[in-house]
Design a protein around this ligand. Structure first.
Ligand code: URA
Ligand code: SF4
Length: 465
């Protein structure tokens, strides 16, 4: 009997490669998971694969599945992964395509559970602002992930919240972003599920020093403060440590860029269904737009919709009625959907920004309100609602109507004139596409061009059914 003790994808990959080279069949391996306590000061092991020595090339698709499945909580994942690898080599290179195979089915279920959990984490992490000993803002969140997904999900948060210091604590692991690096550390037991002040206290005790610009003196600090003593360390000594290294604060001040404003994350409900989200969004005050608008216009449509359409923000009519795309742009959208043979009642329709932004038209008598484009701060603040909607619905296709939703999901460099109609993967959906906004078509003065854009909108919609 062979024994393999693994606790991460990298461990498993090393062990599996070795065992496969030795031709050890799955039935002769006992897999164990002896947890190694991660150190707050150690960066994760390199994801680099060791040099391939055997002639067997593991299919890329399997590596991708294995990375996800490795995060699953089920202890059977390691033997299952190895058995599949073994069978890929000795039985059938195309095993992954046989979805009725018991092993492949089990792997797929695990992968789905992990992907869903990652989506949930992206959508439902709620940060609390904490001022650290340097007087800097830090954002701390506690999140109960179902699986061990911190290292898979963390790069997403690093991209999204690049310009702020944040940490996310989960039962298995914690991660800290200092605007440069991600660091992984121990988890916080689920029984302690901290909230509010408790979370702040916990963060101060355990995690504050990670944010210390003196992180370059890691070895020294490690020597001075053995990790096992951390839970009992009085806060005062942490502060002392921070102050001693005050000169380094200059470095971080120089590197500091755009500040971080409040976001809708702070209004997320505990329940993650659409009704709870809608109710919570109705009280959102994460940006100033709620002040002048009539109401929050949340998305509308079935929770199991295959297609989600995302607009920019509600218009005048939507603001009054409380539903998305019910004004002139909505009429054109309905027409386009019908001509693409899509039932509007089967799609979920929403916007990146949930409140109407407008200016009063100075030339008009009465109270004509003119739509004003949301700025990047408002989009940033509101996006968590859209992300939560997408995490709940998990549509097969997301269609961005116009540049604002397209840039929110694809990134700021996205150019609708260049990449309209292309189906591409994003963090939110493996099939995401951008097309013309109905209002842009309505505004087009040139009749020929207008007709062409309408045809393109209809064809784009047809292409994703
Ligand atoms: N334009 C949008 O982007 N969204 C609406 O809901 C209405 C008009
Ligand atoms: Fe909240 Fe979005 Fe409304 Fe701003 S626009 S208050 S973020 S719902």
């Amino acid at each position: 009997m062979h024994f393999a003790n693994v606790d991460s994808f990298d461990d498993w990959r090393l062990a599996a490669r070795h065992l496969l080279e030795q031709n050890v069949p799955p039935s002769e391996i006992q897999w164990t998971t002896e947890k190694a306590q991660p150190s707050l000061f150690e960066t994760p092991k390199s994801m680099e694969a060791p040099r391939e020595t055997s002639t067997f090339n593991v299919p890329k698709a399997f590596v991708e599945i294995a990375k996800n499945v490795a995060c699953h909580r089920d202890s059977q994942r390691w033997p299952l992964l190895y058995r599949t690898l073994w069978r890929l080599r000795h039985e059938d290179r195309h095993l992954l395509a046989i979805t009725t195979d018991d092993d492949i089915y089990a792997l797929t279920q695990m992968q789905k559970a992990v992907t869903r959990d990652v989506h949930k984490m992206k959508a439902f992490v709620r940060f609390r602002k904490v001022i650290d000993a340097n007087g800097e803002d830090n954002y701390v969140a506690w999140h109960r992930a179902d699986h061990r997904i911190v290292q898979v999900a963390a790069p997403f948060f690093a991209r999204r919240f690049k310009g702020m210091n944040w940490s996310i604590l989960t039962p298995d692991e914690s991660v800290v972003w200092d605007q440069h690096n991600l660091r992984y550390g121990p988890g916080v037991p689920a029984s302690e599920a901290p909230d509010g002040d408790e979370l702040e206290g916990l963060w101060r005790t355990y995690f504050a020093s990670i944010f210390n610009p003196a992180r370059v003196k890691v070895a020294m600090m490690k020597r001075e403060m053995p990790i096992r003593h951390w839970p009992t360390l009085p806060e005062a000594s942490l502060i002392h440590e921070l102050l001693e290294n005050a000169p380094r604060r200059v470095e971080s001040m120089l590197q500091k860029h755009e500040g971080f404003a409040e976001t809708a994350m702070n209004y997320m409900p505990a329940q993650s269904d659409l009704a709870s989200l809608r109710a919570a969004a109705s009280g959102c005050r994460a940006c100033n737009l709620y002040q002048c608008a009539t109401q929050t216009v949340f998305g509308e449509g079935p929770f199991n919709a295959r297609i989600v359409l995302v607009g920019e923000q509600p218009g005048d009519r939507e603001d009054v009625d409380g539903y998305p795309f019910v004004g002139p742009a909505g009429m054109l959208l309905n027409d386009a959907l019908e001509r693409a043979s899509i039932q509007r009642s089967e799609v979920y329709v929403t916007n990146v920004v949930k409140h109407f932004k407008f200016v009063q038209n100075p030339n008009a008598r009465g109270k004509q309100r003119l739509h004003k484009k949301p700025d990047s701060r408002e989009i940033f603040a509101c996006r968590p609602w859209l992300e939560a909607e997408l995490a709940v619905i998990r549509p097969q296709v997301v269609v961005c109507l116009g540049a604002t939703p397209a840039q929110a999901l694809f990134g700021r460099d996205f150019r609708i004139t260049q990449d309209r109609g292309k189906v591409l993967p994003t963090d939110w959906c493996s099939r995401t596409m951008a097309t013309w906004h109905p209002a842009a078509i309505l505004r087009m003065p040139e009749q020929l061009r207008r007709q062409q854009m309408l045809d393109q909108l209809i064809n784009d919609l047809k292409s994703v059914i």
